[in-house]
Design a protein around this ligand. Structure first.
Ligand code: FAD
Length: 296
């Protein structure tokens, strides 16, 4: 089923992100995560795509299994920048053969070792347009959005122009980069509304589990850290279990605020940690059923 249809049901769509284990690690690790969260009734589960396409086969395999073994709707991430058009078409054809109808179309980041050769689309817009044209009616396509602007584009209005181009190219809904300051998300949603960008906007929420993650996140995506967040981090930095508990509480508070504001969906970055996901879902169990998806 096209995920875009879920947003018409009137309640917020809660979804999870999992990632394929690194090459050499058993793929069963991710299946254990999925089995431990499948009964939480996610609207869909997304599977990331390794930088430079390093997890290509595993992403397709996991998305296929989500759909065909676990009966969950799957959203396969796909990055364009380091693939040829033929390779992209090959991944799309494998997804069709597996019954997976949803793709999160991304540009991708260069792998840590260096810049990949750009082999097809230097920006996600091109990839989105290609999928829609080459496989008409076969895929619901999502795109990434950045409430605080993408790290490479300091001018937020220009970044929004690029986001609008992704929607014009055919993006059916948007999932945001993680953020710790909900006000940045609320302002972003208002800016999109002012531009009449009206595809569903899903808020990406990342429960922090340890202090090292925070530094990595800030370096990678430039998320701003509000004072109430840094206070929590400072207070519990040397107490891993307390910090993880505070991370769950902080993410829960973010979600309660987002649901109260009538967000279309919440995408939980699970980091393949089912216990954290289960705790957050227990906290918001009733809220996700009653909050309206629109009408703020
Ligand atoms: C929800 C989500 C999931 C993700 N999943 C993955 C994953 O599975 N695997 C992975 O490798 N990465 C993933 N990423 C990271 C993503 O690949 C990076 O953030 C990447 O740097 C940008 O991808 P994009 O699709 O947003 O790129 P784009 O939309 O192409 O934007 C990239 C940059 O180019 C600028 N830009 C866009 N169009 C133009 C233009 N025409 N001219 C000039 N500048 C332009 C934008 O403003 C932006 O700064 C994910 C990100 C998010 C938010």
């Amino acid at each position: 089923m096209f995920i875009s249809r879920l947003f018409r049901r009137g309640t917020p769509v809660v979804s999870f992100e999992v990632f394929p284990p690194k090459a050499g690690s058993p793929v069963e690790n991710v299946y254990r995560t999925i089995e431990a969260i499948a009964d939480l009734d996610p609207g869909y589960v997304s599977v990331t795509y390794g930088a430079g396409g390093s997890s290509r086969d595993r992403t397709v395999e996991i998305a296929s299994r989500l759909r065909n073994v676990y009966g969950l709707e799957a959203l396969a991430h796909l990055t364009g920048m380091s693939h040829s058009v033929d390779e992209i078409d090959g991944v799309c054809s494998s997804l069709i053969a597996s019954g997976v109808e949803n793709i999160l179309a991304l540009r991708g980041d260069p792998p840590l070792e260096g810049s990949p050769e750009v082999r097809s689309y230097p920006y996600a817009t091109g990839l989105i347009g290609h999928i829609k044209e080459a496989f008409p009616g076969r895929f619901c396509v999502a795109a990434a959005a950045y409430p605080e602007g993408h790290v490479e584009c300091p001018d937020l209005e220009r970044d929004l122009d690029h986001l609008e181009a992704k929607v014009r190219a055919g993006a059916d809904f948007l999932i945001t980069q993680l953020f710790f300051d909900n006000e940045s998300f609320h302002r972003f949603r208002d800016r999109l509304a002012a531009r009449a960008v009206d595809v569903p906007l899903v808020a990406g929420v990342f429960p922090v589990l340890n202090a090292a993650q925070v530094q990595r996140i800030v370096t990678l995506c430039g998320a701003s850290l509000p004072p109430k967040f840094t206070r929590v981090m400072a207070r519990y930095a040397n107490h891993p279990e307390a910090l993880a508990e505070a991370g769950v509480a902080y993410a829960t508070e973010q979600i309660v605020d987002l649901l109260s504001a009538g967000v279309d969906g919440i995408h939980l970055y699970t980091m393949n940690r089912p216990e954290t996901t289960r705790r957050i879902m227990a906290n918001i169990g009733r809220l996700r059923r009653v909050a309206p998806a629109c009408g703020r």
